[in-house]
Design a protein around this ligand. Sequence first.
Ligand code: BYC
Length: 323
Amino acid sequence: MDQKPQAVAEDPAKLAEFQARIDRGESIEPKDWMPERYRRQLTRMMSQHAHSEVVGMLPEGNWITRAPSLRRKMSLIAKVQDEAGHGLYIYCGAETLGVDRADLIDQLLDGRAKYSSIFNYPTLSWADMGVIGWLVDGAAIVNQTVLAKASYGPYARAMIRICKEENFHKRQGYEIVATLANGTPAQKAMVQDAVNRWWWPSLMMFGPSDTDSPNSAELLRWKVKHKTNDELRQRFVNLTVPQAAAVDLTLPDPDLRYDEATKNWEFGAIDWAEFHEVIRGNGPCNRERLEARRAAHENGRWVRDAAAAYAAKHGAASATNAA
Ligand code: BYC
């Protein structure tokens, strides 16, 4: 995204006061003074997050017409609709930083902005709907529960509501997984295959390892992040291993083992070359996802135009009535 670090000379006294507010655990609100770099980091993170929610509708939206029952279809529609809502809350939150949502969306559509790597993988079977809810929303909850304490008020408040909805998403996913895992041998094989494909990309959602995460130190100092990428990834693995065992599914990692000393599930090496390829735009579905978003944006143009015309007319009418 076009938010690269640039040196902005800040008043040292204001900077010190800002850091003191952060250190006291105060919430930073839109009209408060903030360093330009804080504003840019928040804009980068929140816009990427909003884009991820909206692009994240595509892999699951793909299965709405093929849900195996009315109940499953209703849940999936509700979930995908929730993701649209999450995108809207976070775009609204990002706008409090003084950016225009239309510009952020342009950055997504012309390929300048990032969105979560996870949504560049294909959804090949119905079991993927269960596994996305369980693993992808599960990973998102681990990350977002901590972001709900982020120092920027509008972001933290959006996360509180979003996490409540993500919990429903995770449950609906795990229920699908448990049903298939207890089903016929073919259903069990289908869900195991989905777990095998989604496990490693889910671990990549937490971002590069701490030794290779250029933004973490600053975000931790400003208490946007409260935990590092590796700490959150470890927490997710620790929570998920017993959930897999409970439904008799295996995780595709021969190095997975419990360490009594640390009380952590140690896991094998992540393929960072794959992660970097995906975030460079070369994942299995990057092109398809952006094309689908561009088409949706173009097809929605008449709605935006109609809303703008209505607002202009309505605004003109209220101005006349008030006069
Ligand atoms: N994918 O310095 P780092 C959902 C980038 S949607 C792509 O560690 P940071 C859901 C990173 O942006 C949930 N890019 O960065 C929706 C940076 O690049 P730039 C989405 C990634 O910010 C529908 C570079 O790598 N959640 O739940 O300290 C259906 C270096 O990284 C990724 C969020 O967006 C990635 N996975 O930490 C179902 C959470 N990881 O910008 C579910 C909000 C890293 O410098 N974001 N990069 O060019 C965050 O918590 C943090 O931004 C991250 C990265 C942990 C993702």
